[in-house]
Design a binder for this molecule. Structure first.
Ligand code: ACO
Length: 330
């Protein structure tokens, strides 16, 4: 395990938050819950049926792990809350009573009403299905209009890039085609995650195929507008753009292409102009450079909800729970 993940787990243990795992009947989730309880890293609630859980993993010790079985609990508190929150969107009471049986809705409702500090799911559900209930119910934090995501990229040892080989990439998982305002939100939120979770001092580059007007067109205009909006919204944030990737991270190229920029050549938070670029970009660095991609970390929610990769291991679940606990603490 990398030093970064060890440190995230240590901090989570100190915070000892209550995290609900909505896919409580999935084997990797059950194993992860047991490990988290063993590490005393968080209070865990699995949503699921006790009998199914023990039949799936008869040898896993779940001492200290709570199980919330939707079939045997009174869910009216949650369906009433859901109805109140969504009736203006046309949700009927009877729909709310059905929706709370979906563990992804139930989990975020538990977080919304303070019965848990955060939720993690996505081992058997697609990203959109995990995020939609949270977008509808948890909503964004005050002052933020966009939920987005970032990855902490832990580059191979002795990397000359990032801060001690650590970089943050956003948005790689949520917003397919962000507006300039959303790009600015993504930049500010990614900088905050860089500080609070990755423990680095953010230097943000807004990426494009153009550096400081070297190319023209509406795609470039959008990134330039995002830079302006971000500067206004977060005047103290070290942020610059638009920058090509080489100008953002290679000092010699930065001297040629953006000599007056304080960020160019030293960026450690890279903001991609859309989801195609961001998703492809992080996977390229992960696969070709052998970087560890920690995330996706969802950012901008009023309370933390995180999405797992469907290929995740039990250990990955432990790490995402740790990061969720840190977000709950912050
Ligand atoms: N930030 C804040 N609010 C949002 C956002 C956002 N980014 N996106 C949607 N919302 C709000 C909407 O305004 C709406 O609010 P309302 O119902 O109260 O009016 C609510 O959330 C639901 O919106 P929908 O339009 O129903 O949701 P949508 O179908 O657009 O889904 C989602 C949103 C799930 C984030 C979608 O954009 C999506 O699927 N993104 C891509 C996810 C993906 O496939 N990623 C790649 C794989 S992940 C990986 O490889 C690591």
């Amino acid at each position: 395990m990398t030093a970064l993940l060890e440190s995230i787990r240590r901090k989570a243990k100190k915070a000892y938050k209550h995290i609900v795992l909505a896919e409580g009947e999935e084997e990797r989730i059950i194993v992860a819950a047991s490990r988290i309880a063993d590490l005393q890293m968080a209070r865990i609630t699995l949503i699921g049926d006790e009998k199914v859980i023990s039949a799936k993993c008869p040898d896993v010790d779940l001492k200290g792990v709570e199980i919330f079985n939707p079939k045997t609990h009174d869910l009216s508190k949650y369906s009433d809350l859901l109805y109140e929150l969504r009736k203006s969107k046309g949700l009927e009471k009877s729909d709310a009573q059905k929706l709370v049986l979906n563990p992804l809705y139930l989990g975020v409702l538990m977080v919304k009403c303070g019965d848990a500090d955060g939720m993690v799911a996505g081992s058997v559900n697609a990203t959109g299905d995990v995020l939609r209930p949270a977008l509808q119910i948890i909503k964004t934090a005050p002052g933020i209009n966009t939920v987005s995501s970032c990855f902490i990229m832990v580059l191979p040892e002795f990397s000359k890039y990032g801060e001690n080989g650590i970089m943050v990439f956003g948005d790689c998982a949520v917003n397919p085609n962000p507006t300039a305002e959303q790009l600015a939100d993504i930049a500010i939120a990614s900088a905050s995650s860089a500080k609070s979770i990755a423990g680095i001092s953010p230097k943000v580059a807004m990426l494009s195929f153009s550096t400081k007007g070297s190319a023209k067109g509406e795609l470039v205009d959008k990134v330039q507008q995002a830079v302006e909006i971000a500067h206004k919204a977060a005047p103290d944030l070290a942020l610059d753009g638009e920058l090509q990737l080489d100008a953002a991270i290679v000092e010699s190229v930065a001297k040629l292409k953006a000599p007056s920029s304080k960020i160019a050549g030293h960026a450690n938070v890279l903001i991609f102009p859309d989801l195609q670029a961001g998703n492809i970009g992080y996977k390229l660095v992960q696969r070709l450079a052998g970087a560890e991609a920690v995330g996706p970390i969802c950012q901008g929610f009023n309370k933390p909800v995180n999405d797992l990769s469907r290929g995740c291991s039990a250990d990955d679940v432990v790490n995402v729970v740790a990061m969720t606990a840190l977000q709950a603490m912050n």
